[in-house]
Design a protein around this ligand. Structure first.
Ligand code: NAD
Length: 261
């Protein structure tokens, strides 16, 4: 069954990682895509999707610029005759700056993309979806937004902010038919985490990655995209204001000494 047949969908952060996996998956489910990234590689994602028989155009844009967000949302409406779903997924890690060295500029850099960028996507998607009486907005938060231990302070706070934004905007749109949800990935090999995986491979300890979750492995971009697909589709028609952890069970437990296998 094709879950997004004929639907107009915008995906941000589609040049790489989870957003690129979502582009391929959503297109295979019949979506007509407008793919956004600040990196030119988004053009390659769109062309790869088209070569698989999907429908996709790409736009290079910065999700933290309101003018840019308004522009690409409007373009999706013009090109595809409406807007059924937005996957606000673009994000940055902010690097591994020690807590004591963090500056207000470090905070603003992360919050501008990860939190304000998501806010702008929700705001401009809702301007189209609310009058239409329907629409699904999916955001990428993180297990880092649920509790400590999966990123720096600005990153974690930005992702906790995304979870809060999902809750507040879902309620802001009460009675409109517009749903807002988040996925909270655990550790996934993407552009953002490549150096972690590369370092572990160099040291021959790759099998240790993901050992703290009960599935004892890291996630695949496609596994996060599958959850986003569900939330974007009509199958999630009664799911609203939720943050769905897709983390192998990592966030389900307090820290414990793992039992012997
Ligand atoms: N990889 C993980 O382990 C993990 C875990 C939890 C959450 N996430 C989240 O998943 C989302 C996708 O990241 P990923 O892991 O696929 O990493 P990635 O680096 O492979 O992809 C992120 C994409 O976002 C784009 N981007 C960054 N800033 C942008 C901006 N201002 N405007 C437009 N595009 C911008 C980048 O160019 C990149 O293509 C992010 O929100 C990230 O925080 C990732």
């Amino acid at each position: 069954m094709k879950r997004l047949q004929g639907k107009s969908v915008v995906i941000t952060g589609a040049a790489s990682g989870i957003g690129r996996a979502a582009a391929h998956l959503f297109a295979a489910h019949g979506a007509r895509l407008l793919l956004v990234d600040r990196a030119d590689d988004v053009l390659a994602t769109a062309s790869a999707v088209r070569s698989e028989g999907g429908t996709a155009v790409a736009r290079v844009a910065d999700v933290s610029s309101e003018e840019a967000v308004q522009g690409f949302i409007g373009e999706a409406v013009r090109l595809h005759g409406g807007l059924d779903a937005v996957y606000a997924n673009a994000g940055i890690s902010g690097g591994g700056i020690a807590f004591d060295d963090l500056t207000p500029d470090d905070w603003l850099r992360v919050l501008n993309v990860n939190l304000i960028g998501v806010f702008l996507a929700i705001k401009h998607a809702a301007r189209v979806m609310v009058p239409a009486g329907r629409g699904a907005i999916v955001c990428t938060a993180s297990v880092a937004g649920i509790r400590s231990g999966a990123g720096g302070a600005p990153y974690s706070a930005s992702k906790a902010g995304v979870i809060s934004l999902v809750q507040t905007s879902a309620n802001q749109f009460a009675g409109t038919g517009v749903r807002v949800n988040a996925v909270c990935p655990g550790l996934v090999e993407t552009g953002m985490t490549q150096s972690i995986f590369d370092r572990a491979r160099e040291r021959g300890v790759e099998q240790k990655i993901g050992q703290l979750n009960p599935l004892r492995r890291s996630g695949l971009p496609q596994e996060i995209a599958q959850a986003a697909l569900f939330l974007a589709s009509d199958e999630a028609a009664y799911v609203n204001g939720q943050a769905l952890a897709v983390d192998g069970g990592l966030s389900s437990s307090l820290p414990v000494v793992p039992p012997r296998a």
